[in-house]
Design a binder for this molecule. Sequence first.
Ligand SMILES: Nc1nc2c(ncn2[C@@H]2O[C@H](COP(=O)(O)OP(=O)(O)OP(=O)(O)O)[C@@H](O)[C@H]2O)c(=O)[nH]1
Ligand SMILES: [Zn+2]
Length: 402
Amino acid sequence: MAMSVYAGTTLSEAEKIIAGDYSVFDWRERATYSRVYLGMNPAIRDAENALDNDTDKPVVVALLLKAEKMLVKDRVRRLSAIKSARIIPDEELLKRTGYLFDTEKLIGLPEGIVMRASNGVYIVQCDADQYQCSLRGKRDAFSTNQQVYVGDRVKIQVIDETHGTIAAVMRRKSQYKRRGTQSKRVILIPNLDGLVIVSSVKEPPIWQQMLDKFLVIAEASGIEPLICLNKIDMLENRSEVESIATVYQKIGYRTLHTSATTGEGIEDLKAWMKGKISAFTGLSGVGKSSLLNAIQPNLKLKTNTVNPRRGGRHTTVATQLYNLDFGGFIADTPGLRELNFWDIEARLMDRYFPEINSLRERCTKNLCTHTYEEGCRVEDALKKGDISQSRYESYREFRKSN
Ligand SMILES: Nc1nc2c(ncn2[C@@H]2O[C@H](COP(=O)(O)OP(=O)(O)OP(=O)(O)O)[C@@H](O)[C@H]2O)c(=O)[nH]1
Ligand SMILES: [Zn+2]
């Protein structure tokens, strides 16, 4: 039975495919354009990626397959039998998805990052310059349902030294979401690279379950976490904290001992943040503000200010990005502390614990929950001490919690 699938690629790659050269679809290659999807939208996202390479034009290719057993979820892993290939013309793309690539006009446009947004005005930073931008006519360059968020990378059309219009939104790297505290609105920070999870070693002491929760959120959103064990100056004996750190290092997480007071670890923290868009998270009083101040004293983050227009009851400051002197951005996101699991399915929780994820396919029972089953490799590892008891307890807790 023949079926249609879609790939997002560049014009020159598409021409090769149409000519019968399918080497781009070698599934062992991890190139973006080698992915094929059942739906058109993810293919569009891949094609947008082609905009990174300004000399080519992004296109969506429809492939007719003689397909059997090649599907894994909605991704197609192997293409052994392509019957035909064609480039989807712009009009068809627009008709079917409301989307139009506008590359001719985008070539040469400066690319920047949205630092702030309010009332339809977007402050976009391109290298050292900031522009006040509005969105262009919706049908013009990007999909009708596309929204622009702080953290988005955009192409802008410069009007004058301080003004511009946003011409296109670039494909997002990670999608960090949470439910708005008040309204049920979803707030999203695209392109967040790093999540600095701050715990203090004393006053308040490390709360491992909370740390595990932040790690799960980072894993599920595709953001690299850093575990920052702060107030290290308050300990005379570090051995207990070091053994906790080892648990996390063993499963691949980076940990840092820091002190906002003595400056220990601050240079390492800066080195990790350099070139990234990162955000800080952690419980109240662990030293987030103090650390930020140690990193760069002139940052004036407004996380805890109260919006007077909302009657001062709730913190409703919008997300903003700030420049770091040493390169990179810090996202100031109110309410990061209230992070929750709303977006994470409990039954998929094993994927977000790296030490469980690496074993889950070897469990005897299909769809093993790793909580009681016979032949569970996770339970074996727990007994042998390869998986830490506290991590496992967090797993069980989170699996129940939604
Ligand atoms: N000894 C020591 N005290 C610290 C350190 N970092 C922060 N503190 C103190 O811990 C307290 C809380 O620090 P903050 O930076 O306000 O903590 P925060 O995480 O920003 O707290 P919230 O604003 O409530 O989220 C303050 O009294 C700081 O002086 C540190 O490295 N060592
Ligand atoms: Zn299992």
